[in-house]
Ligand binder design. Structure first.
Ligand code: ATP
Ligand code: MG
Length: 349
């Protein structure tokens, strides 16, 4: 029986997780859910934002579903020493799971085009998955220093680090349009030359069915806005991916609708991209869509159930035609949108 650890967390996390867990139970009743603590609430109850019981549970499961962690700016949690703060719990969780690939699908739901900062005809074309390398590059390379009047950082990658994240991108492309764009800056960076070579070699030897293009990051930043419909899967290193995924995150018009997955060699971690939204926590109006679509990703990437993932995606689309939360310009509640998704899943049975 597959086991999923659910970490509702803080702020709107418990509200959006409740909806998402119901959806998971509806399409995969055989999955066992194990609720554990993470973040500020975990600190309040146990003295640690990543308690031992949580560590134990996530290391022995098939996937982790996470809500959000953290409090308002004036929260007492922010006065704690850094390692005890809610965000540290999340960092420790990611580290324990060794997740090296972050996946963010970006799509504008039919009917929500007017919320996008892109022109509606362009917004309609967007259906891209950004795969960002998460454990390497400038953010982690130990070759860094401030020396007198100068300073430096290093973007280092080994072939195996590139290979493992490229595999995630190619595998994902097989469930999509089978096109991968590898993003680098090979005209000026040696590390990009290595990156490009590894990705091309992997495509030629193991993924001949996937169409692969190499493009420069500056050009991709421009084209994601100008002609976003040209991309299916984008794979890139940590720093480029950080920037491109935030650029892409504004395209759907609300943070509330976007899911993510972080994958390594163990259990995958699935969470909405938004934060704990303390301004609306407890009001019952948070948009659960990002978390529900994270459940679809969990089924696809960790449990190998693509058909169920697609059922959820279709049900979310149908539900959003009937119910919209305030971030989408509607008056619907978390509970009403969740119920509409369950109803749409029922219709498809
Ligand atoms: P972080 O906690 O990662 O620093 P943040 O403070 O930048 O994130 P969020 O907590 O995501 O951002 O909130 C930004 C704004 O978006 C807030 O006004 C919040 O209410 C809104 N928001 C975020 N997620 C949702 C959601 N699921 N439904 C409705 N509104 C949301
Ligand atoms: Mg926040």
């Amino acid at each position: 029986m597959p086991r999923v650890v659910v970490l509702p967390g803080d702020g709107i996390g418990p509200e959006v997780c409740a909806s998402a867990a119901e959806v998971l139970q509806k399409v995969a009743p055989d999955v066992e859910l194990d609720y554990q603590l993470l973040g500020g609430g975990a600190y309040d109850q146990t003295g640690s934002p990543f308690p031992d019981a949580t560590r134990e549970a996530v290391m022995n499961c098939d996937a982790v579903l996470l809500g959000t962690v953290g409090g308002a700016q004036n929260s007492p949690w922010n006065a704690l020493p850094r390692p005890l703060r809610p965000e540290s719990g999340l960092l420790q969780l990611r580290k324990a799971l060794g997740v090296y690939a972050n996946l963010r699908p970006v799509k504008v739901m039919p009917g929500l085009e007017s919320l996008s900062p892109l022109r509606e005809d362009l917004a309609r074309q967007v259906d891209v998955l950004i795969v960002r390398e998460l454990l390497g590059g400038a953010y982690f390379d130990p070759r860094r220093a401030i020396e007198g009047d100068s300073a430096y950082n290093t973007i280092g990658y080994s072939k195996s680090e590139v290979d493992r994240v490229a595999r995630v991108a190619f595998d994902a492309a097989r469930t999509r349009k089978k096109e991968v764009t590898s993003v680098d800056k090979a005209n000026v960076l040696e590390v990009s030359e290595l990156w490009r070579g590894v990705v091309q070699n992997l495509r030629d030897t193991e993924y001949p069915d996937i169409k692969l293009e190499h493009e420069y990051v500056d050009s991709v930043a421009m084209l994601l806005v100008k002609t976003p419909g040209r991309y299916d899967v984008i794979v890139t290193e940590n720093l480029f991916g950080d920037i491109l995924s935030d650029l892409a995150a504004v395209i759907p018009g609300s943070l509330g609708v976007m899911p993510s997955a972080s994958l390594g060699d163990g259990p995958g971690l699935y969470e909405p991209i938004h934060g704990s939204a303390p301004d609306i926590a407890g009001k019952g109006i948070a948009n659960p869509t990002g978390t529900i679509l994270s459940v679809a990703m969990l089924l696809r990437h960790s449990l190998n159930r693509d058909a169920e993932a697609r059922r959820i995606e279709a049900a979310v689309q149908a539900a959003l035609e009937e119910v919209r939360t305030p971030d989408l310009g509607g008056k619907g509640t978390t509970q009403e949108l969740g119920a509409a998704v369950l109803k749409a899943l029922g219709r498809a049975d």
